[in-house]
Design a binder for this molecule. Structure first.
Ligand code: SER
Length: 305
């Protein structure tokens, strides 16, 4: 079951898992119903412990991908609500894993766990972490709890620290890396894109197909091969708004951009420019298939058609 199936990751993960395992095996849930919900959709508030227990037990669900969260930029508008949602939905799932109702859980962490004192280029798996956003604080605390449950209660919670995820079918909401999705839609509409980050702000990024593959791959790996029981650094590419713009210009010659950095610049400035993900590569064979130009080509071609 996917929790947060209406989100950027969840909506695409649903199709991906259905294509691998068949419709009848995959449940999806979210706090809101939307048009794209398939069969096996369950309306669920993941903060409601009783509902989530009931749903999971009644449907004999064994594996959960818990993707519901409030992201970095949006989270700053309401820190306590963000903390409450990001942490307490996680605890509801962790407790089900502790009781062995669930056998396996995927929960995403983020590059937002790093902060101004972390090494920026690259950020190592184990480094100083002083996140400045409530989202980043909740992800770092979540990582510590995942490891705590794994070590003390023999649960099987698996996690990666996702960079900015770029997709074209589904939209992100409220993140600092969202510009890298929005920019494609402006390019297709022949609009001049107003970028909320400075042209030279490098951030680690990942194409959606690689994100789906990473989730599936870490979940399929033999548990004994996973040496990290909190969350794995993961990376594919790093680029700046200017580099992404130039990559799009190869297909959209008249596309134009202006830079109007806003409050999100301050968040981006605390995040690493690149990530050392050697643990993921060595332990479970992580390897991306998309770099910047391959991704740009794929997105432009798909949005065109
Ligand atoms: N994409 C997320 C954000 O910008 C980072 O995990 O908040």
């Amino acid at each position: 079951m996917i929790i947060g199936s209406g989100g950027q990751l969840g909506s695409e993960l649903e199709d991906y898992l259905v294509s691998l395992y068949g419709r009848e095996k995959i449940y999806s849930s979210d706090i809101k119903k939307n048009n794209s919900n398939g069969e096996n959709f369950i309306l669920l508030d993941a903060l409601n412990k009783d509902d989530i227990y009931k749903t999971i037990k009644e449907n004999n669900i064994k594996i959960v991908y818990h993707l519901a969260a409030i992201l970095s930029a949006k989270g700053e508008a309401n820190p306590i609500q963000t903390w409450n949602l990001n942490m307490n939905t996680l605890f509801n799932v962790l407790e089900l894993a502790k009781e062995k109702v669930l056998s396996k859980v995927f929960w995403p962490s983020s590059i937002a766990v790093f902060g101004p004192s972390s090494p920026r280029n690259p950020a190592k798996q184990f480094s100083i972490m002083d996140p400045t956003t409530v989202y980043g604080i909740s992800k770092l605390a979540g990582e510590r709890w995942c490891e705590y449950y794994n070590k003390n209660y023999s649960t099987d919670i698996r996690s990666v620290r996702f960079p900015g995820i770029i997709s074209y079918k589904s939209l992100p909401g409220g993140g600092t890396t969202d510009y890298a999705v929005d920019i494609f839609h402006s390019a297709m509409k022949k609009e001049k894109y107003s970028c909320f980050l400075k042209e030279d702000t490098y951030l680690p990024m990942l194409y959606i197909d690689d994100a789906l593959m990473a989730m599936h791959k870490i979940m399929e790996e033999k548990k004994s091969n996973l040496s990290i029981s909190s969350s794995y650094n993961l990376s594919a590419m790093s680029f700046s708004p200017k580099e992404l713009f130039e990559s799009i210009k190869k297909y959209k010659k008249n596309f134009d951009i202006k830079y109007n950095p806003d409050y999100r610049q301050k968040i981006a400035d605390t995040w690493p420019e690149s990530i050392d993900d050697s643990y993921a590569r060595n332990d479970w064979g992580w390897k991306e298939s998309f770099n910047l130009d391959k991704m740009t080509k794929e997105i432009i071609l798909n949005l065109k058609s």
